[in-house]
Design a protein around this ligand. Structure first.
Ligand SMILES: NC(=O)c1ccc[n+]([C@@H]2O[C@H](COP(=O)([O-])OP(=O)(O)OC[C@H]3O[C@@H](n4cnc5c(N)ncnc54)[C@H](OP(=O)(O)O)[C@@H]3O)[C@@H](O)[C@H]2O)c1
Length: 314
């Protein structure tokens, strides 16, 4: 199927910009999200130039703000009758502890909570697609991460890497729990993707000169953003990922995430925390499994559309 409606967060630079380009070149409709209006305009022009004739638009929203996440979700819900693909790609790294307008530690807020909230707010539209997909860009850094339940916002002992690792572990736990709640027969699937080490500026944006220098040296060993974007786009579009919801992917293959990412209690606890912090309430798991009835809307495609193989349990 082509002409899918795809949303890509953090589409103004790095991997997200390349994902937007790849999806547009494949004939999909792309709605990019970025935090800065001018950068959105530049990225939009760049993606359109790569894929003349493609339907590409950008929305401005700072995903560290829950109010802006709600506002952009509302705009998207008004603009489209379904969302085929949501790529939760936006991410940030900050050496020093920053707090969002909602009083949350920024890396946790942008890297995990924004994806959690946006997915929840767009779930109805994802369910209205014949095959909705939520692709969340995670990281191999999650292997070093753990959930610091006694101080989840690291307000006592902040360390930039510790915060990043925790936020990326949260994205894997989120993906797994989302798939579990949706259930094996859901039309919506969720994937976490590790893009590998990639030559972008992520590590240079949130620190001083020394951090930029260290990241610059490290990033030189990384792959090009286009290559990373291809692996993410694979989970967004390829038929071969059907039936593998909730899993963790690298280089277009399922790989084992850390043991901590398989902790069911942590994923339940994190889910509850996500709902409390964001104020976005998902339907109960039982209801989510009956999503076709729960989300029945006049725009919905035929509920008797053929289904692929049932998703494997996660
Ligand atoms: N590069 C790597 O080696 C690597 C490895 C593993 C995982 N990742 C993950 O890959 C994803 C993409 O990162 P990247 O490497 O491509 O870095 P990047 O070039 O810095 O891209 C990050 C994107 O997220 C956007 N963003 C950051 N904070 C935002 C906010 N508050 N609201 C809205 N958008 C925001 C950025 O916007 P601006 O353009 O305005 O900055 C940018 O478009 C991230 O989730 C990152 O954690 C990267």
């Amino acid at each position: 199927m082509s002409g899918r409606i795809c949303i890509v967060t953090g589409a103004t630079s790095g991997i997200g910009l390349e994902i937007a380009g790849i999806l547009a070149q494949k004939g999909e409709q792309v709605i990019g999200i970025g935090r800065d209006r001018e950068r959105c305009a530049r990225a939009c022009a760049e993606v359109r130039a790569q894929a003349p004739g493609a339907k590409v638009t950008f929305e401005t929203a700072d995903l560290s703000s829950l109010a802006e996440i709600r506002a952009v979700a509302r705009r998207i819900c008004r603009a489209v009758d379904r969302v085929d693909v949501l790529v939760n790609n936006a991410g940030t790294f900050t050496v020093r502890r920053h707090v969002t307008p909602d009083g949350l530690e920024t890396q946790l807020a942008v890297n995990w909570l924004a994806g959690f909230a946006l997915t929840g707010l767009l779930l109805r539209k994802l369910c209205a697609a014949p095959r909705g997909r939520v692709v969340t860009v995670s990281s191999g850094s999650h292997f070093a991460g753990r959930m610091h339940w006694d101080d989840i916002q690291l307000s006592r002992r902040y360390n930039g890497l510790k915060a990043y690792d925790q936020s990326k572990l949260a994205t894997v736990l989120f993906t797994r729990e989302l798939a579990r709640r949706l259930g094996a027969s859901s039309t919506v699937s969720a994937y976490a993707v590790d893009p590998g080490l990639v030559r972008t500026r992520i590590g240079a944006k949130g620190g001083g000169r020394l951090v930029r220098l260290v990241w610059g040296i490290r990033a030189r060993k990384g792959i090009q953003p286009r290559q990373a974007a291809q692996a993410v786009s694979y989970c967004a579009l390829d038929e071969r990922v059907e039936g593998k919801s909730g899993l963790y992917w690298k280089e277009c293959a399922v790989v084992q995430p850390s043991c901590r990412a398989a902790d069911l209690l942590d994923s339940l606890r994190l889910w509850e925390l996500g709902e409390v912090l964001s104020g976005v309430r998902y339907p109960e798991a039982k209801q989510m499994r009956r999503q076709r009835r729960v989300y029945s809307t006049p725009h919905m495609p035929d509920p008797h559309l053929p289904r692929s193989q049932p998703h494997s349990p996660v």
